[in-house]
Design a protein around this ligand. Structure first.
Ligand code: SF4
Length: 194
């Protein structure tokens, strides 16, 4: 191969690589499931599947404000929303206290935009490698079943949340949380927070 051909080929490869780097990280998040949001009757939880695993972007998303818990080992991050929470796993997205499916789809679209904007600016960010956890009483309470069933021995879920924060009680003592599979995501988030 002549020198000019080699350099042209090299230029093409460089420009293809640059365009790959500049490509959007995500095309879409597809709604896979909805659940009733027990924390706020009438609202729903939406669960979505991203068009590609979020493994590479989550450490950059963990730099954003409103992160309440980030676990680099399991590669999960939870954000506080105005209402409820949003948790990103490598293979799914989980948003609580959503008004309806339509709002859920809008939230997924906004998240795709936020992911792509973060990916485009990743060179200016420092990926987070350390765990981050700053739970507040209300954050913990919001993830508990909020039925005040008293099975844990506390008179309210808020009292149990306070005891958890002070490490006087363990999450397994909330029988409702352990027994009901629909609380699985919340339990996992609480375990990461505490
Ligand atoms: S067992 Fe769970 S749901 Fe029942 S009061 Fe205690 S914290 Fe709330």
């Amino acid at each position: 191969m002549k020198g000019d051909d080699r350099s042209a080929r090299c230029g093409r490869i460089k420009s293809q690589w640059k365009s790959v780097q500049e490509m959007n990280y995500l095309d879409s998040i597809t709604l896979t499931k909805t659940l009733p949001c027990l924390a706020e009757p009438g609202r729903i939880i939406v669960i979505g599947k991203p068009s590609q695993p979020l493994t590479d972007i989550i450490p950059y998303l963990a730099t954003l404000p409103d992160v309440i818990v980030y676990n680099p080992i399991t590669c999960t991050v939870t954000f506080r929303r105005q209402h409820g929470f949003m948790t990103l796993y490598t293979d799914k997205v989980y948003i609580t206290k959503v008004k309806d499916v339509e709002e859920g789809l809008e939230l997924f679209k906004a998240l795709v935009d936020a992911v792509n904007a973060t990916w485009a600016h990743r060179a200016e960010l420092v990926a987070v490698t350390a765990a981050r956890s700053a739970p507040r009483l209300l954050d913990i309470w919001a993830l508990l079943p909020q039925t005040n069933c008293k099975q844990c021995g506390e008179s309210t879920c808020m009292a149990f949340a306070a005891a958890l924060l002070q490490q006087k009680r363990s999450l397994t003592e909330c029988l409702a949380l352990s027994a009901d599979p629909s609380f699985g995501e919340r339990r996992a988030t609480l375990e990461a927070m505490l």
